[in-house]
Structure formats: C-alpha cells, structure tokens
Ligand binder design. Sequence first.
Ligand SMILES: *Cc1c(COP(=O)(O)O)cnc(C)c1O
Length: 430
Amino acid sequence: MKYYSTNKQVPLSSLKDAVLKGLADDNGLYMPEKIPQLSKEFFATIRTKTFQEISLEVATALFGEDVDAKSLREIVYGALDFEIPLVKVTDSIYSLELFHGPTLAFKDVGARFLARMMQHFTQDEQREANVLVATSGDTGSAVANGFLGVDGITVTVLYPKGLVSKIQESQFTTLGKNIRAIEVEGTFDDCQRLVKQAFLDKELNQKLTLTSANSINLARFIPQAFYYFWGYAQMPQGSNVVISVPSGNFGNLMAGLLAKRMGLPVKHFVAANNANDVFLEYLQTAKFNPRASVATIANAMDVGNPSNFVRIMDLYGSEHAKVVADISGYRYSNAQITETMQRVYSETKYMLDPHGACAYEGLQEYLKTDKSAKGFFIETAHPAKFKETVDKILNADIEIPAKLQAFMRGQKQSTAMSSKFEDFKAYLLR
Ligand SMILES: *Cc1c(COP(=O)(O)O)cnc(C)c1O
C-alpha cells in the first residue's frame, strides 16, 4: 500500500517513509491510497472475536502488504494488551472506556502502536530517531510511555507551562531514559508550531532524523480505528449505532470515519467539542476558520486549529453535504460540562471525566433526534486524571489508581524554554 499527502505535491510514499516522516514534505498529512474493505464474513463473526483478534484483522487489511505477518501480530498484541470495556450507562448510552492502558487515556492505543511500528522500521538504521511531540496533556504522557525504553529512539515532549495538570505533567517529566520534556512559555498552539517548524527546517533535517508522534502520524491515528469495530461488536445486536467522539485534533474521530469507510455500519457520528468550536462552525457554515484556542476544563480538547481537519476534508472530497450527512456537532461550555457530570453521576453513579462528558451530552442530544438508535461515546480518560476538577464538580474524593500514583512519586525533570523557534532549534542541535 502506498500513502499520498493531502497536499498532493509530493510522490506517493511507502508505509515506512510515511511513518518515519510523520508529516509529508509538502506539509500535507499522509493518507492510505486505497481504503480496504473488510469482508462480510469478518462482520458476520465479529461478535465472537476478542479485541486483539479484531485489531489484527483490521491491521492486516491496512498494513499486511508492508509488515510481515509475524511482526504485525507482535505489534498489535504488544500494543493492545489492556482491557477496553463497553459499559452500559443508560438504556441507550454506553461508554467505551479507553482509559485502562498505562497512562489511563485513549492515546495509549495510538502511541503504543506507533512506538512498535517505528521500532519495526528503524531497527536496522544507524542513526538515532528523534520523536518530537507537542502536548496539551495526554499526548505527551501516552507517547512518552509508549516509547519509554525503546532502543534507538529519543522522545522530546513540548508542553505549555502551567496549562497541563500536575498528574499529566508527572507522566512525561519523571520518566528519564530516552524521554526529555520541555516546558514552553506559551500555549499548546505554540508547542505545535515549534514542532511543525522543526520538521520544515532544512538544517535540522540534515543533521537529525526527526519524526512526529502527534496525531498527524498515520500510525497513531489508524490503530484508533480498531476500537470502533470492537465497540460496535459489543453493542446489543441489531442496534443502529451512533458514536460520539470528544474531539480536539480530530485524530480519534478521523479513525472512526476510516472504520466506517472500511465497512463498519455506523449510522452516524457525533463530534463533541468544548468551547473550541471551529469544527462545529464548519458543519454549520461550510467555512473553516482556525483560531487561537481557549482554555477549558476539558483541556485535552483545547485546540483552535485541528490538525486532522485536512484528513477529514480529504476523505470527503471537501464536500460539505457529505460531511454533515455523517457527522453532527455539539459544543459545551464549562458550565454545561459541569452540569452533565453532576447529573449523570447523581442519576446513574457513572463518573464522567470532562472530555467524556462532552461526548456523553452530544450523544444524548443527538439521540433525541433519532429514537431508533443507540450509541456509545468514547470515554477518553480516567476521571482521576483530572482529579482536582472532578472532585470539585462531583464533591467527591476520587481514588487515584496505583498506576497514576506511581508517576506522581517521581522527580520532575524538564527544561524551561521560550516559544521562539531559534531556542528550540539550538536545543535540538546541542
Ligand atoms: C487528546 C484527547 C482528546 C482529543 O482527541 P483528538 O484525537 O485530538 O480529537 C479527547 N480527550 C482526551 C482525554 C484526550 O487526551
């Protein structure tokens, strides 16, 4: 399988090059040249399969030409070795809990898969690979932990000073080994800009092998498609399934749309946002106006210029009518997120985190317009990852899982930096 850039200014690329580059030379994002279709038989037996079995079949359809069967099996089974339960919350709403991995957030899926895929493709290289990652919180921890101890790869995490929670920060600043953290004087968008600029810098690219682990890397977003098949397979048989996704950079939703194109019979998607609502605005007006992000209590979704928007446009040939036929959008203020968390907790005892709360509410609102459907939302993080916020809202004292406590006991090691590109470049060349 070959991969093209969404900007279509460079030749087709192999899987290896696309994974190691992250971003194409024309600044576009890689997309698979063909979208494979899964067989009738796959869907007929999907309910009898485990998550790993489903994932391997989907992965083989996509990557089977380029990664030998034994390696692909090791990558899939190694990356996806934790539970992803579908939990019933109300008669029509289920939660796909993607927070049972090592950092208790859904990004573990993509990051662990990517780390293994990169290692597969770099194991014979002489030069050390440098993974650069900008994070608003959860990406950094998932990527750092996904790559921790992986030979031949150094990870540099950039995060906005003071804008990620203590718990999140501890998950990528305390690891040591091949992981380094930079605390940037600025916002998440500044961090993302620094990383993007580094990839375009000639000198850096001559001297270093730079690669990306943000959701722009296709080996991060594509494995996220696997759990859409799995979630679907756990729903009551015969349901018309609607899936709601709490969205920031839209890698997660993009993976769901890919699953649908591969044949997964999803009836509709909901894109749930916090106050950062450029995608909702696109759905309503057909115009896309990226802008600076604003800070909210669902901070992993504080993105003003979603990087995967171009992939969604590419998948739909930029036809607005087709996009709105598949996706509805909703936006929630901090007050609405708070109200949803309190209501759902008091009515069902289910504890939502602020991101999952956006998705829950969006699903509930959408289901009012389609009584024949049921749905699940993607619960992207364990509520304890946002303990201060969640405790205050629910008037609770959530227990911090042992996995998180272990991070919090570590010693913070990070480098303070301005948001100037020259400073970042000098650091990388040092
Ligand atoms: C990253 C993240 C999101 C947003 O996912 P995208 O793929 O960027 O849209 C939502 N919730 C949590 C907890 C996250 O960490």
